[in-house]
Design a protein around this ligand. Structure first.
Ligand code: GCV
Length: 700
């Protein structure tokens, strides 16, 4: 990225060109043209004093150098003490009230000289402070009279890469894995450092390198050495490496006959494996485990519980300070118990049975990263267990890397949901932060959307989701808008006439996507094979989309009330009552919890059928509106990214119409209602939309 940056700077300086690949993400450090701001910054930043020596402070110093050179065209020499005014001083101080990762940025007098000091208890705290300071400059804030104090609310802020050892990425839409397993450990791609820089800049402090559908091979010596090389690159940036652990590894690579968690040989095998890992990676973070879920092996294969399985690994890691992140995404894909209830049923009874270094990781909602889900009922239901959040940054159910969907509002919607576990105000965020029960550990994970594409995430706006995940993991009180504004300014331009309309669309984009895909609480009605495009009619072995919407001549939606599957009972009474009653259930979750008659009168005055159709149409309209707005922004940013986004919006519009027309026609076959007047009926037959193949959509 450094090399890129200098060459981009050179190109833009010499040729006034705006060539941009997107590779630099939000760390572009564009030259500041505004003479007033530039002069102000220059007068505050004449010297750079680095108080301590460490790999992390070297990284901080290098970043300041890249940033300040990029923005001010200045090379600051590294000094070791304050001798002059206008010094930027970075280094640790002892006993500060900012925890192990926090920092302060303060305008201060040192030896009677005006300085800006960035300090923390630890080097990594200082590094985070440096990135914050650079963000102030990138967004052209006033850097006089600074008095900032920051500290993360959640301890483990982790990316989950679903990357396979063969280079593919499960649910990855931005190319192949960035881990070059073949050339590791010998060849260290510059991307690894740039990846670490980007993550450190938003406070991410952990990365799980491989897929939860795990290969035991990643725990062999051959791959541990490769993982260790990555850990060495990431360490100065405060990022720990974690690996997924395949539960049957003792059999597959250990030559044992069983993986029973209570078997003495298995216990020893995991202990030895942990010892071995720490020889290569002394600060190894620990294991992430998907067990007894979607065909993965697990403790239940031996009639043991999830707690037995998690504790086995926890005991092996404990002497080294490692943790186990045990996923709660479990369900049997058979008719019987409502799928949305199964994780709760499985885990609730295990509350209090996990070791201290275990975190249980449910997804944000009880089914599977759908465009909208109510919060997972396990949040609040297991007070004696450290519950961490799993969000999905990659857009498996939200249009892959083709649709522009800003996910901060989705993340925030879940985190601000009130569980009522300990009365009003017991939000999901409080539970995840661990403050509610004074837990030692807290964590949040995001399934990464990063791949080998030049711009890392495929869609240029998908970078915003990586960015927003990190910022919210640090402090979920920040608003979706303030995060988006920072991102837009750093990624594109400070031009308000670009930011205002783009911000508006970003903030609406998730709700709009819900409208043209799965409005009013519908879910899991995508193509069941690809998870792309509409498929409310879809059936594949073991799966039937109809189970998820249950449309019939009377109405649509799944009855999860006390009269139906009673999934509502898994929530605390205030929440359960609200969801249970058709009149108080929020319309966003209506068809999630209720089977509602087509002629049911909605608060808007329309009947349900008409409301559903209106939702689909208004979702598509909003994409068209964004296209028109985007066209007017031509010339405000570089032509490369402008053109890419223009094309992607055209695809999104086409596919939104595909979702709308296919879904409306299909549901019409049950409701028998007419398309409300004023809305143009779909131009083709249902059969046509049902037969559009993926990825070949040329017929449209
Ligand atoms: C990693 C969904 C996805 C799977 C994924 C699984 C999980 O079912 O479609 O690809 O597997 O969730 O989260 O484990």
């Amino acid at each position: 990225m450094k090399k890129y940056l200098f060459s981009l700077f050179f190109i833009s300086f010499c040729f006034c060109s705006y060539a941009e690949s997107g590779y630099d993400l939000w760390l572009r450090y564009k030259f500041i043209e505004n003479p007033v701001i530039k002069q102000r910054y220059l007068s505050e930043l004449k010297h750079l004093v680095v108080l301590n020596n460490s790999a992390t402070l070297k990284a901080a110093y290098q970043e300041l150098n890249i940033g300040i050179h990029g923005m001010l065209g200045l090379n600051l020499k590294r000094e070791s003490s304050v001798t002059k005014g206008g010094s930027l001083v970075i280094g640790t101080e002892s006993a500060m009230d900012v925890g192990t990762e926090g920092y302060k940025i303060t305008s201060i007098q040192i030896h009677n000289k005006n300085c800006i000091r960035i300090s923390g208890n630890t080097d990594v705290g200082v590094l985070y402070g440096v990135y914050h300071f650079l963000r102030l400059m990138q967004t052209q804030q006033d850097i006089r009279n600074l008095k900032l104090r920051e500290q993360p609310k959640i301890k483990l802020r982790v990316l989950n890469h679903w990357d396979n050892l063969n280079g593919t990425i499960e649910r990855g839409y931005a190319g192949y894995t960035i881990w070059d397993w073949q050339r590791l450990p010998g060849y260290l791609d510059q991307r690894y450092t740039d990846y670490a820089r980007a993550n450190a800049s938003i406070g991410i402090n952990g990365t799980v390198l491989n897929n939860v559908n795990a290969s035991a091979k990643s725990l062999t010596r051959e791959y541990l050495i490769k993982a260790a090389a990555l850990a060495d690159v990431f360490r100065p940036y405060g990022i720990k490496v974690y690996l997924t652990a395949r539960f049957s590894a003792p059999i597959e690579i250990g030559g044992l006959k069983t993986a029973d968690p209570l078997d003495a040989a298995v216990i020893k095998w995991w202990r030895d494996k942990a010892d071995e890992i720490y020889q290569y990676i002394p600060d190894f973070g620990g294991f992430l485990v998907k067990a007894n879920s979607e065909g993965q092996p697990g403790p239940q294969d031996y009639k043991r519980t999830h707690a037995d399985g998690a504790n086995l690994l926890a005991d092996a890691l404990a002497p080294h300070g490692g943790v186990v992140m045990w996923r709660a995404f479990v369900y049997e894909n058979i008719k019987g118990e409502d799928r949305s209830k199964q994780a709760y049923t499985e885990f609730k009874k295990l509350d209090g049975m996990f070791k201290k270094n275990v975190l249980l990781q449910p997804k944000n909602g009880p089914i599977d990263f759908q465009p909208r889900e109510p919060f997972h009922p396990l949040f609040g239901a297991m007070p004696k267990t450290q519950l961490m959040m799993e969000f999905q940054i990659t857009q498996e159910y939200l249009g892959f890397a083709t649709h522009l969907v800003y996910l901060a509002p989705l993340f925030k919607e879940t985190l601000t949901s009130d569980t009522y576990a300990a009365g009003k105000g017991t939000t999901v965020a409080k539970i995840v932060e661990g403050t509610q029960e004074q837990h030692q550990l807290s964590g949040i994970a995001g399934v990464a959307n990063i791949g080998s594409d030049l711009n890392w995430t495929g869609h240029p706006f998908a970078q915003a989701n990586w960015y927003a995940f990190g910022r919210l993991a640090w402090n979920s009180d920040q608003s979706s808008a303030s995060i988006a504004i920072d991102w837009l300014k750093m990624t594109f331009t400070l031009d308000r006439s670009f930011i205002a309309p783009t911000l508006q669309y970003m903030l609406n984009s998730r709700q709009n996507t819900v409208k043209y895909m799965m409005p009013l609480g519908l879910n899991h009605i995508m193509n069941l094979g690809t998870h792309y495009g509409p498929g409310p009619w879809d059936k594949i072995p073991g799966w039937n989309a109809h189970d998820y919407h249950q449309a019939d001549a009377i109405g649509i939606g799944v009855d999860r009330t006390s009269m139906g599957s009673n999934a509502v009972s898994q929530y605390f009474p205030s929440v359960a009552q609200r969801f249970n009653d058709l009149k108080t259930c929020p319309s966003d979750f209506l068809l999630w919890f209720h089977h509602v008659p087509w002629n049911y009168k909605m608060p808007s005055g329309r009947i349900l059928w008409e409301e559903l159709v209106h939702e689909y149409y208004s979702g598509v309209d909003s994409v068209q509106k964004m296209q028109r707005t985007w066209d007017q922004l031509s010339g405000k940013i570089d032509q490369e990214r402008f053109g890419q986004i223009k094309q992607l919006l055209a695809e999104q519009e086409r596919e939104a119409a595909w979702w709308r027309d296919g879904s409306v026609l299909y549901f019409q076959s049950f409701s028998k209602g007419a398309i409300p007047s004023g809305l143009k009926p779909p131009s083709k037959t249902l059969k046509h939309y049902q037969s559009i193949p993926f990825p070949d959509r040329t017929e449209e």
